[in-house]
Write a protein that binds this ligand. Structure first.
Ligand code: 4NP
Length: 164
């Protein structure tokens, strides 16, 4: 009997790991479940900063996500580490500053994909998911809109590449 293929491991990264990347973790997980890829993937999130380590997502991120049927409450923030480059095949940053931080950490032998999440949804013609932390409710809705659309595009890309 053949061993099952190793799971594809995907990490979403933002600054605090309390707004954008935990939202992406949960929204993308739902998108891959719908696409029938759930068992083949492992999805996680982390922040480049350490301030919120161990905290649940921001209460506004939890509330806005809940209105669309996503449960962020069980998540706890953690800081990205060098070991993540061993574990994950895809490391996806929410904005250019997060990506700069990750590129500075990147071990020379990392063979996975490190880039911006929204570059996987070129039809959006946007590069970044803006940080909603210091803004109002519309920023959290915009964040969810972009993450839902980016997740659908990335899930479709994975379905296509796994079918080949
Ligand atoms: P996130 O948002 O990077 O999407 O989790 C932020 C959360 C916290 C802070 C900044 C952005 N902060 O400055 O504490």
């Amino acid at each position: 009997m053949c061993a099952p293929p190793d799971r594809i491991r995907i990490l979403f990264v933002c600054l605090g790991n309390i707004c954008r990347s935990p939202t992406a973790e949960v929204v993308f997980r739902a998108a891959v479940q719908r696409a029938g890829l759930g068992p083949r993937l492992q999805v996680d999130s982390a922040g480049t900063g350490e301030w919120h380590t161990g905290s649940p997502p921001d209460y506004r991120a939890i509330a806005h996500a809940a209105k669309r049927g996503y449960d962020l409450k069980p998540l706890r923030a953690r800081q990205v580490s060098i070991a993540d480059f061993d574990r994950f095949h895809w490391i996806l940053a929410m904005d250019g500053s997060n990506l700069d931080h990750l590129q500075a950490m990147r071990p020379p032998d990392f063979g996975g994909h490190l880039g911006l999440f929204l570059e996987l949804a070129p039809q959006l013609e946007l590069r970044e998911v803006p940080d909603p932390y210091d803004g109002g409710p519309e920023g959290f809705e915009r964040m969810l809109d972009l993450i839902e659309r980016g997740s659908e595009a990335f899930a479709a890309k994975l379905v296509e590449s796994l079918a080949r």
